[in-house]
Design a protein around this ligand. Structure first.
Ligand SMILES: Cc1cc2nc3c(=O)[nH]c(=O)nc-3n(C[C@H](O)[C@H](O)[C@H](O)COP(=O)(O)OP(=O)(O)OC[C@H]3O[C@@H](n4cnc5c(N)ncnc54)[C@H](O)[C@@H]3O)c2cc1C
Length: 485
């Protein structure tokens, strides 16, 4: 359709909310966490209500206009944007209301908005939300959502009470566990882990809040990577003895070296967060402190402050990033250790970050009957994040190939991958992301989106599968496109 006609039609649905290439609101919608992704959609549209969204979906369906939906823009390879289609940018729909122990949040909000609202209105409650405050509520929730309190209460998607949405035929609906219609209950199930960009546009979520200590104990404890195997072997047994209120994330990264000011050292860093009293939390980590870490920092802060503070190791700037994940079951860390050492020793210096989420606890007390998120038997969710400054595009290929090979090896002892770290280079991605939930998700997609309106390269309806005849010659084009060719 010619651009002028499309502009006119979209503007009649969302007056004042349609932006073309020359406008600042267009440009700001294209800024993603991953700065290497540069898309040029024909138009960005900012709806202000569910009615606007219903109008847009009706229009795109009848006029066969390709579109994607954008929330926080943290999809690792920018699946919320596209080139030469329309982007429905939900960020104007970000209202937040707390009603006793339920938080109603517009699907365009980011976690920082939710934390700020809880901080000002209700310090006695906590939400299971992103460890990085800039992450969007919608994408995160629909992929599962690990947070510091997940071992206490489950995945973030397990806390969804209901979702407001617009279906592929433009119908406005609220779905929840108690929806009268079985197909609506199926859709609700799929929204809890089935991944963003599939099925429908979610416009708002109601999520359960939990009682929380006003201040929580947290600690950052770093060891020299030279002692990796010794500390990891202790860690693997030790975390198994911890209560669900304690979570201990891990990371391998460069951090300031207290022995040589101005320099960095490669650290195995453990971050403990205790959902309770400071003294109880401190007592829990004493066995770890007995292993003589190089640096130890302890904190007592409200969860909302801890999140911003502890997420500060993610580089935030003009970096491209390639992210890949592997889920590990309990007992697999000893098999993973030599793989981690081998690849970490070949790290492109300071440009990499291996991080793992400590899972299990309450997460594994939910199952595939209640939510599509399938990884209820794993202890650790590993991710590698390989960064490069976008001004040095020649660093892209070595960074991606290094991370790819690393997690191919790690994947051999793993049990799948995390859809929120969606990765176009991952072979067998359907089975790895969704495991036993896959066939049921396909049925939900067929039922709720028969015209395949919600499609993208790794969407539920996609036939795309990467083909890597040779690890040295990966086809990197799939990292930079939204729709499969
Ligand atoms: C720096 C960083 C830190 C992270 N930290 C965590 C963490 O602590 N825990 C964790 O579990 N994950 C984490 N993630 C992963 C994150 O949860 C996913 O990348 C998530 O999908 C991002 O959601 P978003 O809304 O920001 O992204 P977007 O790119 O806006 O959306 C992601 C996908 O969802 C679709 N989508 C967005 N909104 C809607 C909607 N309303 N309806 C339908 N589809 C929609 C988009 O089209 C896209 O396909 C992190 C990622 C990054 C980059």
């Amino acid at each position: 359709m010619p651009g002028d006609a499309l502009n006119r039609d979209l503007s009649s649905i969302v007056p004042g909310g349609v932006y073309s290439r020359s406008e600042p609101n267009y440009v700001s919608a294209l800024r993603l966490d991953n700065r290497a992704i540069l898309h040029a959609p024909d138009f960005v549209v900012r709806p202000r209500s569910r009615g606007d969204i219903a109008g847009l979906i009706d229009y795109c369906r009848t006029q066969e206009v390709a579109f994607t939906v954008r929330c926080g823009g943290h999809s690792p390879n920018g699946y919320s944007l596209n080139s030469e289609g329309v982007v429905i940018d939900l960020r104007a729909i970000h209202e937040i209301r707390i009603d006793k122990d339920v938080c109603h949040v517009g699907a365009g909000a980011i976690w920082a908005d939710v934390y700020n609202r809880i901080r000002t209105q209700d310090e006695g409650h906590a939400v299971i939300g992103g460890v990085w405050p800039g992450v969007g509520v919608a994408g995160y929730l629909m992929g599962g959502g690990y947070g510091f309190l997940s071992r206490s209460h489950g995945m973030a998607c397990d806390q969804i009470v209901s979702a407001d949405l617009v279906t592929s035929n433009g119908r406005q609906l609220r779905v929840g566990e108690h929806s009268a219609c079985a197909q609506e209950r199926e859709l609700f199930w799929a929204l809890k882990g089935g991944g963003g960009g599939n099925f429908c546009v979610v416009t708002g979520f109601s999520i359960l809040l939990h009682q929380a200590a006003p201040r929580m104990f947290a600690a950052r404890i770093a060891f020299d990577f030279e002692r990796f195997e010794e500390v990891l072997s202790f860690y693997d047994d030790w975390v198994d003895t911890l209560p669900d209120k304690m979570t201990v994330y891990g990371a391998i990264l460069a951090q300031p070296d207290p022995r040589h000011p101005g320099e960095t050292f490669l650290a195995l860093r453990l971050t403990a967060v205790y959902n309770g009293d400071y003294s109880e939390g401190l007592a829990q980590i004493m066995p770890l402190l007995a292993h003589s870490p190089l640096t130890t920092q302890v904190y007592s802060l409200p969860l909302t402050d801890l999140v911003s503070f502890l997420s500060s190791s993610n580089p935030d700037g003009d970096f491209g990033v390639y992210v890949r994940s592997v889920m590990l079951k309990r007992g697999r860390l000893s098999q993973a250790a030599p793989i981690l050492r081998k690849h970490v020793e070949r790290i492109p210096k300071d440009a990499v970050f291996v991080v793992w989420t400590h899972a299990a606890g309450a997460i594994n007390r939910f199952d595939a009957r209640t939510a599509a998120f399938p990884h209820r038997d794993v202890e650790y969710a590993f991710a590698v994040k390989a960064f490069w400054p976008v001004d040095y595009p020649e660093l892209l290929q070595p960074a991606v190939i290094w991370a790819y090979r690393f997690f191919e090896d790690l994947g051999r002892v793993g049990t799948g991958a995390y859809v929120n770290y969606i990765d176009p280079l991952l072979t067998g991605w359907r089975e790895k992301y969704y495991r036993a939930s896959w066939s049921r998700l396909v049925r939900v997609q067929e039922r709720w989106d028969p015209g395949n309106l919600f499609r993208f390269q790794q969407g539920i309806s996609s036939q795309f599968e990467p083909d890597h005849p040779d690890e040295d010659d990966l086809d990197l084009n799939s990292l930079f496109r939204t729709f499969a060719t």
